[in-house]
Design a protein around this ligand. Sequence first.
Ligand SMILES: Nc1ncnc2c1ncn2[C@@H]1O[C@H](COP(=O)(O)OP(=O)(O)OP(=O)(O)O)[C@@H](O)[C@H]1O
Length: 308
Amino acid sequence: MNITITDVHKRYGDVVALDGPSFEVPSGSTFGVLGTNGAGKTTLFELLVGHDRPDEGRIEVGGLDVERAGHRVRERVGFLPEHSGFPASMTGREVLSVHARIRGLSGRDDRIAACLDLVDLADAADRPVSGYSNGMGRRLGLASVLLSQPPVLVLDEPTAGLDPRGVAAFHRIVERIDGETDATVVLSSHVLSEVERLCDEVAILQDGQLRAAGPIDDLRTAPGRVTVSFHPADDREALLAAVQGRGDVTDAGDGIDVECDRETAFDLVAGIDSDLVDRFEVREPGLEAAFHEAIAGDRPAAAGEVEP
Ligand SMILES: Nc1ncnc2c1ncn2[C@@H]1O[C@H](COP(=O)(O)OP(=O)(O)OP(=O)(O)O)[C@@H](O)[C@H]1O
């Protein structure tokens, strides 16, 4: 089931949380929403799952407008918020049983067993939740979302705060969902390697605006950037004048950094006394390079574009 986000705006008082991003999440994909802190990821998810309304713009899930058909959309979308808790004295199975009853699901016992198995909690199902680790709690949260087999799953920073084993276990589950179901999975994360591993496509947000969107394979071909660091020179002003306008220049006091494309970096090094060059750091093409490139830009991008 596809999702379209069209020119969505949301303010909280004076704070602009979303400033008109538009992009499409293809049906059946695993889609990553990336961005710096405060970029608007959680706000976007709250609007997507119908917990809040946009000030302007439209979000559609499988062709249904979230604002107009909120109830029907909520049946299609399972949401795992960044923080969720369960009554500590209940067992994992009891938690799922309550969720299944509230939703009026049929064949509850079988569904619960299947979901516990999928999230690898079958062995811990009859232990109180108070004894669960963070990772087990997150997996139980995911199991409760999966109970009604929603065609769309929205996971807000699902691996935040988990240890490496917990992260790896969660990744395996998302990969199973990807391989064994037609669900469209939208997740946010600050860990680019995780997104690179799990996702087919991404949208990169900054300050509520879309900076880049598209298949990871397309975005990661963005050429890598280079940082050239210069020692403080005797004639600092002359060095600054020589690098000015050649890239993003940072005058850090103990040196001067220039972040630029490869060609400019080679030009700079050729044209300046090589004794002054302290460091030449190449960021290889990849999602990380695309991410930094995208958030270094100062204007929003159209979907499918990476902005320098
Ligand atoms: N309920 C709210 N009231 C006021 N401001 C809010 C509210 N929710 C979000 N904001 C603000 O909107 C902006 C976007 O926040 P949001 O939580 O969507 O970002 P995020 O990308 O999820 O950030 P993070 O990666 O830190 O979780 C931030 O400036 C935030 O302070």
